[in-house]
Design a protein around this ligand. Structure first.
Ligand code: TNX
Length: 600
């Protein structure tokens, strides 16, 4: 009898211990807690001695102001009640961007190995703060030693299928920073819109940035909304965004798609096509706009289109080099993404100039012509000091000598490139395409496929087959966010959260520290942080999966309910109002109305 009383008490004790554990995502390499706490109030002072550390101080202030409604003074002399930011500058492990964070009764000390390291320390401090708005912010006493597992921790955003304003791009960059990630891959051109101002070719944005309408519903769609749609970033806005990212230790990689996904550019300058006089071929389905009449058009539906950049016309290369030459000074990134994916070869097969090029260079086929295309662009980029990145199709027909490969059609492309001594970034559709569903149940409109939070968490960017020397060529991984079905900001947030938090841990935390169960514990706080940031998020993690089968002896049906984690409980409710905690499959013998919910 006594043990029955004891059990609930022990359970509560266990819960209160859990509550004191910090919930930092990604999990630091080492974290020790001590009894007690330090309290940040508006009297706390940020001590920062040099300009870079003062920039981090300003960042912290902008976060505090936005979330908690107050900012702190900055004074290098402070010895009590301080948050001290100091960068040791390349003392420990210069290539690691590590940091040490100590909270004691006197204050917070963050020591970065590099300025980025100090900034990451600040991100951990931010995650020690309470998740409710308050004027005095109590944080636990901790000692953290931390550095990232992978050098490339990226997020991609397609701004072509749908356009996102500067304000949201900045917010997205903030989300990247809050996850200690360091690359933003900006997909700037595609069939449905050219989104960056190029002064030498004004039509790219005058014409190419706008379409006459957009497909309604999931491809092939139920119609076309016939509403003009578009937008682009001026070069001034690009500079502003790149600077905003740099202040957060994030590198922006621009992507200009070639040779495929070129309809918007071709609509602006038809001579970029193999067949300038041919009108844009439209998909034969309901999403065709009825406003179309002749000529080249920016596409209004999703998919892959045959009208691509002509590989036999030297002016096309001059054009693309001019575009690159205007963009290169705006992007300090060592990398420039040239696309390379999904380029149909049908036009090249029919085009006399492309065929002449194949003959002239003794190329085997159109795949080698694509390889010629990419290599020619690589030579130009490398003269300008840039390393190119391409989707894994750039392997077909031979890789350009120094190209970095983004492996998206699974991991094979990445494995093969690494074995050839090329650096690779892993972005396999499964599990890091965040345009795929997070739920097995009905979700909002999304591209097919199911990438659960758990599958993202369990992902390892270094494939099992890649052992030994080749392993070092895996720079890291990235989630891709294609926006065919994300027309507004909160939908993007819904699709990335919480999966982005899982990816951050994949890329930052050492493999031996990864622990799904503990992640789900910290996730509860992370959901509150999304709320604090006023960011939308998917709650698919709490989905209850229901399956039905015949009951024993075929007497009624048996209903089995499963939930992904052990933090909450499944509650079964009947129409009569009677409810109980679901423990085991239930046999239903009568028609009725049952509600099954998941409660924390
Ligand atoms: C493939 S991934 C594409 C994109 C689409 C995406 C939809 C890649 C390099 N190309 O153009 O938006 O699928 O999931």
């Amino acid at each position: 009898m006594r043990s029955l009383f004891l059990l609930p008490v022990l359970w509560m004790l266990a819960l209160s211990c859990l509550a004191q554990q910090p919930s930092i995502i990604p999990q630091p390499v080492s974290l020790q807690t001590a009894e007690g706490h330090f309290t940040i109030t508006s009297n706390t002072v940020i001590a920062a001695r040099n300009e870079q550390d003062r920039k981090s101080a300003a960042y912290l202030n902008s976060y505090l102001k936005e979330v908690y409604g107050f900012a702190l003074d900055i004074d290098p002399q402070e010895t009590k009640n301080y948050i001290r930011l100091s960068t040791k500058k390349f003392i420990q492990a210069p290539d690691k961007d590590g940091y040490q964070l100590t909270v004691d009764q006197n204050g917070v000390a963050i020591e970065g190995d590099t300025y980025a390291g100090t900034f990451y320390g600040l991100q951990s401090l931010i995650q020690l703060l309470p998740v409710q708005k308050a004027e005095s912010l109590e944080i636990p006493l901790v000692t953290i030693n931390d550095y990232p597992a992978f050098k490339y921790r990226g997020m991609h955003l397609d701004v072509c299928r749908h356009f996102f304003p500067v304000s949201f791009v900045k917010k997205y960059i903030d989300y990247i920073a809050l996850h200690k990630m360091n690359y933003f891959h900006w997909h700037l051109t595609d069939d449905q819109g050219w989104r960056v101002e190029i002064k030498k070719y004004p039509n790219l944005t005058q014409t190419g940035a706008f379409r006459n309408g957009t497909i309604i519903g999931r491809y092939p769609g139920t119609g076309n909304d016939n509403i003009p749609y578009g937008g682009f970033y001026t070069q001034e806005q690009v500079k502003e965004i790149v600077q905003y990212a740099a202040d957060r230790h994030i590198t922006v990689i621009p992507e200009i798609e070639m040779p495929g996904h070129a309809s918007a550019a071709i609509a602006a300058y038809p001579w970029l096509s193999c067949f300038p006089d041919e009108e844009t071929r439209l998909p034969k389905h309901p999403s065709d706009s009825n406003k179309r009449a002749g000529g080249k058009k920016v596409q209004e539906s999703w998919g892959i289109y045959d009208d691509v950049f002509c590989a036999g016309n030297d002016s096309v290369f001059t054009f693309l080099q001019d575009v690159a030459d205007e963009l290169i000074p705006l992007f300090p990134s060592p990398y420039f993404h040239v696309g390379g994916d999904e380029c149909p070869k049908s036009n090249w097969k029919k085009c006399p100039r492309c065929q002449a090029r194949i003959k002239e260079f003794g190329l085997k086929d159109e795949h080698e012509l694509q390889s010629y295309f990419v290599q020619r662009m690589e030579q130009h980029m490398s003269r300008k000091g840039k390393t190119i990145i391409g989707w894994d199709e750039i392997l077909e027909g031979g890789l350009a000598p120094k190209a970095v490969v983004m492996s998206w059609r699974g991991e094979e492309g990445g494995i093969s490139a690494a074995r050839q001594g090329h650096y690779v970034i892993m972005t396999p559709g499964k599990p890091v395409y965040f345009d795929h569903s997070q739920s097995r149940n009905e979700d909002s409109l999304v591209i097919g496929g199911y990438n659960s939070l758990e599958s993202v968490y369990k992902y390892n960017p270094v494939p099992k087959d890649l052992k030994g020397d080749a392993e070092k060529f895996v720079m890291g991984a990235q989630a891709n966010v294609w926006t065919e079905y994300m027309a507004y900001d909160s939908k993007v947030e819904y699709m990335i959260f919480p999966r982005m938090s899982a990816l951050a841990e994949v890329l930052w935390s050492p493999a031996e520290k990864k622990d799904w169960k503990d992640f789900t514990r910290r996730l509860q706080t992370q959901f509150q942080r999304y709320d604090l940031w006023k960011a939308n998020s998917s709650k698919a993690y709490y989905d209850v999966k229901v399956s039905l089968g015949p009951a024993t002896g075929f007497k009624g049906i048996q209903l089995k309910a499963e939930a992904a984690d052990t933090i909450g409980q499944i509650v079964w409710k009947e129409a009569s109002g009677k409810e109980w905690l679901y423990k085991a499959p239930v046999t239903i013998t009568k028609t009725g109305f049952y509600t099954i919910t998941y409660q924390r």
